[in-house]
Ligand binder design. Structure first.
Ligand code: ADP
Length: 481
């Protein structure tokens, strides 16, 4: 049984949950403790008590801890990637990339801990000077989803600690394995007891506790839009001071393919962006907005390419598309495929669930491509979060841009074109936090800001130097000598 980590001690849970391999549902990876509400409160108490010491730790102490964590994650890359692929169903190559990225994030924030910036300005009043400094926010609740079991925890935990905050971390109940492994590494990295706490369990059991407690100063959340809205409402309406909060939620990201695009580049971007990671990425390009002159060639090439993608056990080196994460998500994907057909879309490829692959029972789904869709259809408005994409045919670049931006979301958007003028135009006009020119909408660097607009995100950006906005509180000091 893997236990929770509270106040520097490994603590039995009040119950436990099984971690099941979606590539082979007979394989139980392990039993993971679930924390009670009282234990979640203990973790908050521990983080609160640890705050003065960690906030006063020198930049070098913080950097050393984060550097040690990054080194160990990197050194154990193969083992951690195997665990990630086994519990989440992400193909091994992608899982390895994710673990590498987690290591890089810890290394990046080890450096950032040493260069927390401030400003010194002359005041408008004679003789006075104004100093602008950044202080820790306080106890941060970190709530993460299942689709990036180690990278998302890394990109929240590393900056939280780098800037002197203490942490209560609740990973998604479906993928506690990678989170636990990361917590175990953190437990040996030299943090004072209580600085970092792990409470595993379901959102509906302990999630609210991590938001309501007035000792929690800030909440960073990545997950569904519905839960994100609840998190926001609680942070605002709870007793006592509001919590600072940051939300990363859904996407319905467009990839625009213009007539002058390089067809191979466009197909590679679409296949990678829509289907890698089994389409379970908030940056996935689920809307392929294709102009009339290239449409038929693009669809034919997509169908050919999709037929070559091996769906199978995430840990098989030949697998490109692993299984869907669990039965509930598979049902949601299949429901949307049925909805698409009812709405009159044509299923040009895939969309069938496979009970087993190579004799293994798992949540397998052939990647699905819809054609003949309109942007008004539900399959083009609602986030499906599976290996399902739609082609939306448009007349020209103007209509492509209008369709791309006609969505409640605004996380990532891409355009494939060989025209510098068009690239510049779309770069300027796409309403998204991240724009990709001749590159997949998913797959981002670890050292630059990540986040979106409209219904996709709320609050400051994550990652890179911009992470300081959320994880620090700015103080303006006036000094008259
Ligand atoms: P997904 O299923 O896509 O991961 P969710 O929004 O359901 O998206 O879950 C994201 C994270 O939010 C998970 O860690 C989950 O346990 C947690 N969560 C779910 N409900 C709540 C809630 N009411 N309060 C706080 N956290 C929650």
């Amino acid at each position: 049984m893997r236990r929770n980590y509270i106040g520097g001690k490994w603590i039995e849970g009040s119950s436990a949950g099984e971690n099941i391999n979606p590539s082979d549902t007979r394989d139980v990876i392990g039993l993971y403790a679930r924390a009670s509400q009282a234990q979640a409160l203990d973790a908050i108490g521990a983080a609160h008590a640890a705050l003065p010491k960690w906030a006063a730790a020198t930049p070098q102490q913080r950097a050393d801890v984060l550097d040690a964590v990054g080194s160990e994650v990197a050194a154990r890359k193969a083992e951690l990637a195997d665990l990630l692929a086994r519990e989440e169903g992400k193909a091994l190559a992608d899982a390895t990339g994710e673990v590498t990225r987690a290591a890089q994030i810890f290394k990046f924030f080890a450096g950032e801990a040493l260069r927390i910036p401030g400003e010194l300005l002359a005041s408008t009043r004679p003789g006075m000077s104004v100093e602008i400094t950044r202080e820790p926010v306080g106890v941060v609740s970190i709530i993460t989803p299942w689709n990036f079991p180690i990278a998302i925890p890394a990109w929240k935990i590393a900056p939280a600690l780098a800037y002197g905050n203490t942490v209560v971390f609740k990973p998604a109940e479906l993928v506690p394995g990678s989170a636990w492994a990361l917590a175990e590494i953190l437990s040996r990295a030299g943090l004072p007891a209580g600085t970092f706490n792990l409470v595993m369990g379901r959102g509906r059991d302990i999630g609210d506790t991590l938001l309501q407690d007035p000792r929690v100063a800030a909440v960073t959340f990545t997950g569904s839009e519905a839960t994100g809205r609840k998190v926001a409402a609680t942070c605002v309406t709870r007793r006592g001071a509001m919590a600072k909060f940051q939300l990363e939620m859904g996407g319905k990201n467009p990839l625009v393919v213009l007539d002058d695009a390089d067809l191979d580049v466009a197909v590679s971007c679409a296949v990678n962006g829509a289907y890698f990671g089994t389409g379970q990425r908030c940056t996935a390009s689920s809307r392929l907005v294709v102009s009339a002159g290239i449409h038929d060639r693009f669809v034919a090439a997509m169908v050919d390419r999709l037929a070559t993608l091996k769906v199978g056990d995430a840990r098989n080196p030949g697998t490109v598309i692993g299984p869907v994460v669990d039965a509930q998500q598979l049902r949601q994907d299949l429901d949307y495929i049925a909805i698409g057909r009812e709405e009159g879309a044509t299923l040009a490829f895939g969309g069938q669930a496979l009970q087993s692959v190579d004799g293994q029972p798992g949540h397998y789904l052939q990647p699905a491509l819809f054609t003949g869709t309109s942007n008004a259809m539900r399959i083009n408005r609602e986030e499906i979060f599976g290996p399902v994409a739609s082609v939306i045919r448009v007349r020209d670049a103007d209509e492509a841009l209008a369709v791309a931006n006609d969505t409640e979301f605004g996380l990532s958007a891409g355009v494939c074109t060989t025209s510098l003028r068009m690239a510049a135009h779309f770069k300027r006009e796409l309403q998204a936090g991240m724009v990709m020119v001749n590159a997949p909408t998913a797959g981002v660097d670890a050292h630059v800001p990540f986040g979106g607009r409209k219904g996709s995100s709320y609050g400051p950006r994550e990652q890179g130097r911009h992470a300081a906005e959320f994880y620090t509180s700015v103080k303006t000091t006036y000094l008259q000598p």
